[in-house]
Design a protein around this ligand. Structure first.
Ligand SMILES: [Zn+2]
Length: 122
C-alpha cells in the first residue's frame, strides 16, 4: 500500500478525495496524479450548497504549478452533481487554485467563451 499523504497534503485534498496512483513518464519525467472521489461521498452544489451524491462524473486533466522543472499533472474524475434547484454542476475541486485545466475530456458544456484577456503590464 502506497502512502500518498504527502501529495494529498500538498493539494489540500479532503477525505472525500483519494489518490488512486501516481505515474511517472520515464521520457519526460512528468508526474501524473490520478485522483478519484471516494465512493459514497456527498458533494455540495456549488450554487446553493445542497449535499448530493454524484449523479455521474467527467474526466479532466490539470497541469499543476511547475516545480523544479517537473510537470505535475492531475487526472481526475470530477463528480457531477444534479441539484433539484440548480441543475447539473461539477463538484468543487480542492486543487483548482493551484492548477490549470489543460484537458477537459468530460461532458460537452461548451459555452464558446474563450476570453483570453490581453496581457496588461500596468
Ligand atoms: Zn443547487
Amino acid at each position: 500500500m502506497q502512502d500518498y499523504s504527502f501529495y494529498s497534503a500538498i493539494l489540500g485534498l479532503s477525505s472525500t478525495w483519494r489518490i488512486l496512483n501516481i505515474t511517472v513518464d520515464e521520457r519526460s519525467g512528468d508526474i501524473e496524479l490520478h485522483i478519484r472521489s471516494r465512493k459514497g461521498s456527498r458533494f455540495s452544489c456549488t450554487t446553493c450548497g445542497a449535499l448530493k451524491l454524484p449523479s455521474g462524473s467527467s474526466k479532466a486533466r490539470w497541469l499543476h504549478e511547475n516545480h523544479l522543472n517537473i510537470r505535475f499533472y492531475i487526472s481526475a474524475l470530477i463528480p457531477l452533481i444534479t441539484c433539484d434547484r440548480c441543475g447539473d454542476t461539477h463538484a468543487e475541486i480542492p486543487w483548482k487554485q493551484a492548477a490549470f485545466l489543460c484537458e477537459d475530456q468530460g461532458l460537452d458544456d461548451s459555452q464558446g467563451e474563450d476570453r483570453s484577456a490581453p496581457l496588461q503590464l500596468f
